[in-house]
Ligand binder design. Structure first.
Ligand SMILES: Cc1cc2nc3c(=O)[nH]c(=O)nc-3n(C[C@H](O)[C@H](O)[C@H](O)COP(=O)(O)O)c2cc1C
Length: 320
């Protein structure tokens, strides 16, 4: 049995938080295909606090939590301790895990002295973690990067502070802030941190295949794996990785029919969560689902130009 804090998880695989991607439908799909825990995208604590005060329904629409998707990790980002405290108290009601983002390299977030700002200023982490630890009734996880850049690696300092605060797990995206998504994730740091600290470690970065997942898990001894881009249009990565970890052999390649089924399931789920409906978001998922099909270029060009949900579904359905 796998656990983060007191929360039991059925396996070691976690869907990474991804802004603009992780709608409830996608989270439910990944859960159905074997993710042990799914994450929302990040939500800014200033926004959560404001919406809660002004219009609770709007907040619930923004969070878009579905009853069927638990266990769910909700990620927050911010720099204002009062709003972090308020958000934590609010999210105790919706989340099974509260995840704090100390790794976002987006320039607006950095300008707000939030996210990966703390990879450069780890000494300031305490002021944003304290309000979460003091107010969370749920396990707390924190997502970090290795440091600001290759000459300013702060991961040990960050982990020391987080461990002293007693966070339940630390997710390490094994890149620096300056790298954003460039280069490769350096899992040797995950291994080093795992050897040095007692806190549970969730390894993250560049897992696109079950075989990579298995070898990274074995080499780094991470407790959990987080998968982001590898799941785009490919929820099968969870079931195939679970299969490989359990049976020590590869599950047969996903068939066209299985891919078509998964897309249709996603479309159905997307329609069911219409309060979050955004055609552009659905279209982007349709693009990922059709990345490696026959006549991909032609189909994807067509998807880009269709303005009707059902037409996109019909096109993708018939293109496998
Ligand atoms: C489209 C997109 C949106 C993302 N949004 C978030 C986010 O909201 N919060 C976060 O902590 N990380 C975010 N990330 C980073 C991922 O969670 C993950 O750390 C990163 O993609 C590396 O993992 P991967 O190689 O498995 O994709 C995002 C990544 C992508 C591709």
């Amino acid at each position: 049995m796998y656990k983060i804090g007191n929360l039991k998880l059925k396996n070691q695989l976690i869907l990474a938080p991804m802004a603009g991607v992780n709608c409830a439908a996608f989270r439910l799909l990944c859960k159905e295909y074997g993710a042990g825990l799914v994450s929302t995208q990040m939500f800014h604590c200033d926004l959560i606090s404001t919406l809660y005060k002004e219009d609770k329904n709007k907040l619930e629409t923004l969070l878009g939590v579905s009853k069927q998707e638990h266990p769910l990790s909700i990620q927050i980002v911010g720099s204002n301790p009062e709003n972090i405290k308020k958000s934590t108290i609010i999210l105790n009601k919706y989340a099974d895990i509260i995840d704090f983002n100390l790794g976002c390299p987006d320039k607006n977030i950095l300008a707000n002295k939030a996210g990966a700002f703390f990879s450069k200023h780890p000494e300031q982490i305490s002021k944003v973690i304290k309000p979460i630890i003091e107010n969370s009734k749920k396990p707390v996880t924190v997502k970090i990067r290795l440091g600001w850049n290759k000459d300013n690696i702060t991961i040990e300092k960050q982990c020391k502070i987080l461990e002293d605060f007693g966070v339940d797990a630390i997710t390490i995206h094994a890149r620096t802030t300056k790298q954003k998504y460039q280069g490769t994730a350096d899992w040797s740091y995950i291994k080093k941190i795992k050897e040095k600290f007692n806190t549970k470690i969730i390894g993250n970065g560049d897992i696109f295949k079950p075989g990579t997942a298995k070898s990274k898990l074995e080499q780094s001894k991470a407790d959990f794996l987080m998968i982001g881009r590898g799941a785009l249009g490919n929820p099968f990565i969870f079931e195939r990785t679970n299969y490989l970890l359990k049976h020590n052999k590869n599950k047969p390649e996903t068939t066209k029919k299985e891919k078509q089924e998964a897309f249709l399931k996603f479309a159905k789920l997307y329609k069911q969560h219409k309060e979050q409906f955004k055609l552009s978001e659905f279209r982007q998922h349709a693009m990922w689902f059709t990345k490696n099909i026959k006549n991909a270029k032609q189909t994807r060009n067509q998807i880009m130009n269709i303005e009707d949900f059902d037409e996109i579904v019909e096109l993708v359905k018939n293109s496998y």
